[in-house]
Design a protein around this ligand. Structure first.
Ligand SMILES: [Zn+2]
Length: 213
């Protein structure tokens, strides 16, 4: 399936879908394009949506409310990851998932570094509803499992292959990597928490507010 081209190109020549009515038409024709709310699809999922709080790179909330959406096949794949981790009393915590394009523009203006924020002229796979920022928790308590850095750390220690780390931290990072890869996600090597759904190229850029979903 090709990327739907219903929306006009913006200042950067990108095609960004901004109309909730057009989004609904698209989903009627292609149900896989639907953004699904992750807590409805992934039992026991924890949310820690940092961009809905001041606890992020900008120091102010970027989202009016915490929300976590992915396109239907990506959401279902994340459900399989949660299911696979459950046997070890481990679950996922989501820091960010679908991100409206306008939020990517605001983040880039704050960071101004392509290594740490997708530039507006390319957009982010988060804008396609096909990227998710995740960590691990102990399922029975909800406590986060130690990782090399906090989410969104602008540091070499955020790189997925960074060493030295403790054996415990390496075990968590590797468990996340291997389980996500086994269910169709690819890690961005600059950020241990960032995963792209492998079929992201089938889904276009969106700038729909959560309230429109
Ligand atoms: Zn990310």
């Amino acid at each position: 399936m090709s990327i739907p081209r219903e929306a006009p190109a913006d200042d950067y020549g990108l095609v960004v879908l901004r109309s909730p009515a057009r989004y609904r038409e698209l989903v009627r024709a292609h149900p896989e394009q639907a953004l699904l709310s992750l807590p409805a699809v992934v039992p026991g999922l924890r949310l820690d949506i940092r961009y809905a709080t001041p606890h992020n790179l900008l120091g102010r909330p970027l989202y009016p409310q915490p929300a976590a959406y992915l396109r239907q096949p990506a959401a279902e794949a994340l459900g399989q990851v949660q299911q696979a981790l459950r046997r070890q009393d481990v679950g996922l915590v989501v820091y960010d998932a679908y991100r409206p394009y306008s939020a990517t523009v605001a983040l880039y203006q704050a960071v101004q570094d392509e290594h740490y924020a997708a530039p507006p002229w390319r957009g982010s796979r988060h804008n396609r509803g096909c990227a998710v920022d995740v960590g691990l928790v102990k399922l029975s308590t909800g406590q986060p499992l130690p990782m090399p850095t906090d989410f969104d750390a602008l540091s070499p220690a955020a790189h997925t292959s960074f060493e030295p780390v403790s054996s415990l931290v390496r075990r968590h990072r590797t468990l996340l990597l291997t389980t996500m890869q086994a269910h169709g996600f690819q890690n961005y090597p600059g950020e241990w928490w960032h995963y792209d759904y492998a079929r992201w190229g089938e889904f276009g850029l969106l700038d729909l507010p959560f309230s429109a979903l």
